[in-house]
Design a protein around this ligand. Sequence first.
Ligand code: NAD
Length: 488
Amino acid sequence: MTQAASITVARGDGIGPEIMDATLRVLDAAGAKLDVEEVKIGKAVYESGVTSGIGPEVWDSLRRTGCFLKAPITTPQGGGYKSLNVTTRKTLGLFANVRPCASYAPFVRSKHPGMDLVIVRENEEDTYAGIEHQQTDEVAQCLKLITRPGCERIVRYAFDYAVANGRRKVTCMTKDNIMKITDGMFRRVFEEIAGEYPQIETDHLIIDIGTARMADSPEMFDVVVTPNLYGDILSDVAAQVAGSVGLAPSSNIGKSCSMFEAIHGSAPDIAGQNKANPSGLLLAGVMMLRHLGQGEVAATVHNAWLTAVEEGVRTGDMRPEHDSAGSPPLGTDAFTDAVIARLGKTPNRLPTVEATGTAAITIPELKQHTPVTKALVGVDVFLHWDREGRSPDALAKHLNVAAQAADVGLSLTMISNRGVKVWPEGLPETFCTDHWRCRFKAASDSAASPEGVIRLLQSIHNAGLSFIKTEHLYTFDGKPAYALGQGE
Ligand code: NAD
């Protein structure tokens, strides 16, 4: 007999309590074995002075259960409140955001009747590390961090998810034609790991055309894996074109804890009116049951819900294909009763869900990599400079004098502005801001040293130039590991 799984449940704000009651009622009636620990998060906790909206007792519960079924919460207006979702994801290392997007046409209106895909979005890295700086009067930057372990973990999860859920194909989307080092790493890892799953078809699309195709022909996709920012945008496009934002669930998966929720918010406009559609949270509950190894119950609930939908059972937000079709909308309670009444049935027209994915996907320990030989071959010095009509030739003269004075074997080879080479031989048309990347290289590989870089910086400072940051230029196993300037 299946042992009861401990889960942490938060009823949230707005419609949260109503849809959580509905969800737990269906899961219970279907025979889910759950041992529920209830916690409070959200509006009341924020307003009690906890800026994260989540108190220490919640972390204790999550550490105990490792599983969080969460209703939406209301973020109070005004500054000073941190996003509870971002805090939870980062604190618990929930590295994978999994969002299935399916259409239920003709029972729920959709422009793409054949759509049935899953976005697997990396959830912790990329520009979401939140490392931002304003560096000059005119220029601010956000650091995009992509790690090899992060890529390996998310890509492997996408393939394991495809296998566990009977999916055929995994598509990777990046912008590696532009970001050859960061997105290039994501794509390379994808191609390496794809080799371990010969039964799964794979392809890669550049994110811009990939997003366009997602909006136009989502039926061509099955599982899509992508870095954080692209995944954020892509998963909203996918949910929107499915025509079912109110029906879409999501999971956030980590090694020791996972969180399951609907993608919609707390809908304060209809709270307490018995109008809310519980389907997003209920389908998140289905994902949770599968994750907990209760795949049979998950399939029973999902099939009962599909049967109800194709029999015209709906809440007010689920518009059928033709306004004249379907039954009148039901309230939350009656909708929930209708799903419960269909437990044990399977749909006739919508595809029946099989009890696949009955065990949680094992997340392997990260592999130790053999260290590579790293050599320092130069440095990019970033300057805040706004003199002499912003003339690159004038700046180069100052820098050449500074490099000669430092006498450490590092010479100026290139100046770029917003990534475009402006010296030597820049074009007068290039707009220059007050933020300059000045590239110094050693005459031969590995001739540069940290001490040399420090002396060069001192000399640049002595020349009255304001350096704002440096990026070292390395080779890894002899191969340059830095981008060339555009036009270099
Ligand atoms: P929302 O998703 O709550 O509502 C948008 C519209 O969709 C509203 O008209 C609402 O009535 C309707 N709607 C949403 N869910 C529905 C459901 N289950 N059944 C029927 N209709 C539904 O988005 P919003 O209005 O932008 O945000 C409201 C609050 O929710 C805000 O405080 C926001 O910060 C919060 N929020 C929380 C989460 C979360 O906890 N995961 C996610 C998004 C927004």
